[in-house]
Design a protein around this ligand. Structure first.
Ligand code: XUL
Length: 521
């Protein structure tokens, strides 16, 4: 039949997509929203509320429980798991899970009990720092100093030492709770943890997501002894090995065969990070097409011809799951900032779109807004700050339409400036994520970048990427032919630059650059 299952363990939900490669269609999509379906974890947005805005942790047991819940939902929806020929998936990047035992050393999951009660006693750390955490500046400094400076970290790992990356987070854990660190036998990324649950053993870490740890030596695809030593003692023994993304990491555990009816021996392909997975799901694993993903965070990413690095230190180089490398720039204040501005300006989401398209014009009469409601990584800003600037007439929250355009244009200009180091101006941009449904936002991206904007018909590109990666690795179907079927663009959701619009951004681009430079970017 050719059914492949892709999973996406993201900040707010765990999602599944099943594709049928023989019929060329998505069979079904299903999702568990952590806040709504698992309120007992007290994480309405997928992480534990904390008074300190820099601390962002999640309960990893929530992800475990979500897996049983999701598979149960899929079975209730009539899914015949015995027809699934391969599984892969993705996890939110950088987050880490700490275990007292190697998962390969624990008894097989018992199908008579649920997964969460079997994983609970294995945790050596009750919570997992996630990508939104920005509490490790001190540790980043220490790691960079230990290896001889920022430039050395970039050369080795493809990024500066970054607060949310796994290495600095591990160092912070080691410093804050050395006993618990010493009692930790294995540290997983969210991606390798989810794959481990499925195979009932320790799954390796793929090069795509592994590159977001500040621990992997990109050129070699192996952990860097310098970075390991700079991060925490004995770390090499606690990490699963790094592997190419298309590695078959094991077979589905008996637990899932007995409980949900998977076929014994169903192969599981290494899980990767949500962005690398999305690169596949968006059909963008060849250079020339950039992706703008507008979810909780906004990310801009693209396959790279050669592994360049960002001289300003904000962008990253990760592994491209199809081989080679990809670049990525992440903006924490994505949808959250757009939604906050819409709310403060008293605009519904439809009114927000209307304001951009019908009530304002490209260039917004020189008005811009830099909106940082939560700590930002690009540019690095640990204390939230919202700044309106531009023309003298733009000093208050009383101009809702101008505000809507101001934030969207500033975000697009910031994406453009912060991706200039890639050395290639994208002429084709594919957009994904909730905000990409907004016609106004698509038009601003087209105008600012002077590029054709296309959205895919499929919604969750990260889950789709998982299913496609399973089909490629297990079913031996080339990505190019899979893209033709599954990464088709939706003509109703495209945008082209309006005549003369791109040229109208010269002044705003200059203003924004000045502000970014003033912020140290
Ligand atoms: C990328 C990043 C985020 C998360 C979101 O570096 O931190 O995009 O992957 O899940």
């Amino acid at each position: 039949m050719g059914l492949y299952l892709g999973l996406d363990s993201s900040t707010q939900s765990l999602s599944a997509m099943i594709i049928d490669t023989a019929a060329g269609r998505v069979v079904l999509e299903e999702s568990v929203n952590f806040g709504k379906s698992l309120p007992q974890y007290r994480s309405p947005s997928g992480f534990l509320p904390n008074d300190d805005p820099q601390l962002k942790h999640s309960d990893p047991l929530m992800w475990v429980e979500a897996l049983d819940l999701l598979l149960g939902q899929l079975r209730a929806a009539g899914t015949d798991f015995s027809a699934v020929e391969g599984i892969s998936g993705a996890g939110q990047q950088h987050g880490s899970v700490y275990l007292k035992q190697r998962l390969s050393d624990v008894p097989a999951w018992d199908p008579a009990a649920d997964l969460v009660s079997q994983v609970r006693p294995l945790l050596s750390r009750a919570t997992s720092p996630i990508w939104m955490d920005s509490s490790t500046s001190q540790e980043c400094r220490e790691i960079a100093d230990a290896v001889g400076g920022d430039a050395r970290v970039v050369t080795l790992s493809g990024s500066r030492a970054i607060e949310r990356f796994t290495g600095p987070q591990i160092r912070a854990f080691y410093k804050r709770d050395p006993q618990a660190y010493a009692a930790t036998r294995e540290i997983h990324l969210v991606s390798s943890f989810m794959a481990s649950l499925l195979i009932g053993k320790s799954a390796p870490i793929d090069h795509g997501d592994g590159a977001g740890m500040n621990l992997l030596e990109l050129a070699k695809g192996a952990y860097s002894s310098e970075l390991l030593a700079a991060t925490a003692p004995g770390l090499a023994d606690k990490l699963p090995p790094p592997v190419p993304s298309r590695t078959r990491v094991g077979e589905i555990a008996d637990y899932f065969v007995k409980k949900y009816g998977f076929r014994a021996g169903t192969p599981v392909i290494a899980f990767t990070g949500d962005n690398p997975s999305s690169l596949v799901g968006m059909g963008a694993t060849e250079p020339g097409t950039a992706v703008v993903s507008m979810g909780t965070s906004d990310t801009v990413f693209a396959a790279m011809r050669e592994p360049r690095t960002d001289p300003r230190g904000f962008g990253h180089v990760f592994g491209n799951p199809a081989g080679g490398f990809m670049c990525l720039i992440c903006f924490a204040n994505g949808s959250l900032a757009r939604e906050k501005v819409a709310e403060k300006a008293g605009l519904s989401w439809d009114a927000f779109e209307h304001a951009i398209l019908e009530e304002t014009e490209p260039g917004n009469q020189g008005r811009l807004m830099l909106p940082f409601f939560i700590p930002e990584m690009t540019p690095k800003l640990l204390a939230p700050k919202v700044e309106l600037f531009g023309s003298e007439r733009f000093r208050t929250w009383q101009e809702p339409a101008a505000l809507a355009r101001a934030i969207v244009e500033a975000q697009a200009l910031s994406m453009q400036r912060h991706s200039d180091w890639i050395g290639e101006e994208p002429k084709n941009i594919r957009v994904t994520g909730g905000a990409s449904k907004n016609r106004g936002i698509r038009q601003v991206l087209a105008d600012v970048f002077g590029a054709e904007i296309r959205a895919l018909s499929v919604g969750n590109s990260s889950a789709l990427g998982g299913a496609l990666r399973a089909a490629e690795a297990v079913g031996k179907l080339p990505f190019a032919s899979l893209y033709e079927t599954f990464a088709a663009t939706d003509p109703a959701r495209s945008a082209s630059p309006a005549a003369g619009a791109t040229a109208r951004y010269g002044d705003l681009r200059r203003q924004l650059t000045e502000r970014l430079v003033a912020l140290g970017a």
